[in-house]
Design a protein around this ligand. Structure first.
Ligand SMILES: C[S@@+](CC[C@H](N)C(=O)[O-])C[C@H]1O[C@@H](n2cnc3c(N)ncnc32)[C@H](O)[C@@H]1O
Length: 306
């Protein structure tokens, strides 16, 4: 059986978070429970979210297999952007650490039915949360050419965005675009084969980000998590592409600054005070990348609450 997901930079994350006996951690992106189960194995307690019910069900089954972990974890189907409400509802008023491992799991990509994959074939879907209405099929068939072009350019950093958007609109006049294979073929016909992986990779990333509204609110969620961290405890965030990493980096940098005034001002008027110190930025080792090629683009950033 294919593994649900191989956790990325597992030891680096646990060491950075200094996971220890009896401490309480928030895992905002439970996925297959790789990071979460290591927190529990090291004696930690856990509250975790995922917006995908399939991930919650899988991780619940996985964690329930170790009887001594029972009663030490709570799993909630929710968006980590609602962290404040989730913690409040579970009477948690302070955390000893938190992790966000952004993006999608291998299971979500590999399961053709989930409609994320440009290399398999399935109905265009790409929803992490299948209770949500908006899917890739709606975007591809109903957004205007201008909207498609903007999304593909902004979220995919795809220079052939206009051409791709035009071809999608032409193709859907013939018949509704319903499968990942048809979309991948349309994109392929617009993008020269290059060294940067599959020609549809950037377009699929862009549509996925739009479907799941992945970027908006990410910075605010990091601030909300930092707010509930106890002094001396840490947040670890793993991102997989530059748009995400830029938000993580900028947010942590702002949180680590004593002043966020415009540089042109002669004196500080913001009264902003740093709430974290930056611990570091890490990449996966060559051995990890050799074993798990999906880890290659990962960047881990760690900050500590002051
Ligand atoms: C890269 S996987 C996490 C894998 C996990 N760390 C493990 O070791 O198995 C990302 C997971 O986060 C979930 N996810 C992404 N954005 C989310 C959000 N805003 N709120 C809750 N879950 C989210 C996805 O559904 C997916 O299951």
């Amino acid at each position: 059986m294919r593994e649900y997901h191989v956790p990325v930079m597992l030891t680096e994350c646990m060491d950075a978070l200094r996971v220890g006996e009896g401490k309480l951690y928030f895992d905002g992106t439970l996925g297959g429970g790789g990071h979460s189960s290591e927190i529990l194995r090291r004696g930690g307690r856990l509250i975790a979210t995922d917006r995908d019910m399939e991930a919650i069900d899988y991780a619940r089954m996985r964690l329930s297999q170790v009887t001594e972990w029972s009663g030490r974890y709570t799993l909630v189907k929710d968006n980590f952007k609602n962290v404040t409400e989730v913690l409040k509802a579970n009477a948690v008023d302070g955390l000893d650490g938190a992790i966000l491992d952004l993006g999608i799991s291998s299971h979500q990509v590999d399961e053709n039915m989930r409609g994320f994959s440009y290399s398999g074939n399935g109905l265009l879907d790409m929803r992490m949360d299948r209770d949500q209405y908006l899917s890739a099929m709606t975007i591809v068939n109903e957004y205007t050419e201008e909207e498609l072009s903007r999304i593909i350019y902004t979220y995919g950093e795809e220079r052939f965005a206009r051409k791709i958007a035009r071809s999608i609109v032409e193709a859907r006049k013939r018949s509704r675009i319903e499968t990942t294979k048809r979309l991948a073929d349309i994109v392929k016909s617009c993008v020269p084969e290059g060294k940067n992986g599959h020609p549809a990779k950037k377009t699929f990333q862009a549509i996925r980000i739009e479907v799941n509204n992945e970027l908006s609110g990410l910075g605010e969620a990091i601030c909300d998590i930092v707010n509930v961290l106890r002094s001396g405890s840490r947040i670890a965030v793993i991102s997989f592409h530059s748009l995400e990493d830029r938000i993580v980096k900028q947010t942590l940098k702002t949180l680590a600054s004593d002043c966020i005034c415009d540089k042109s001002l002669p004196i500080c008027v913001c009264n902003h005070k740093a709430s974290v110190k930056l611990i570091g930025k890490y990449k996966p080792s060559a051995e990890e990348v050799a074993k798990n090629s999906r880890s290659q683009s990962a960047t881990l950033r760690v900050a500590e609450k002051l």
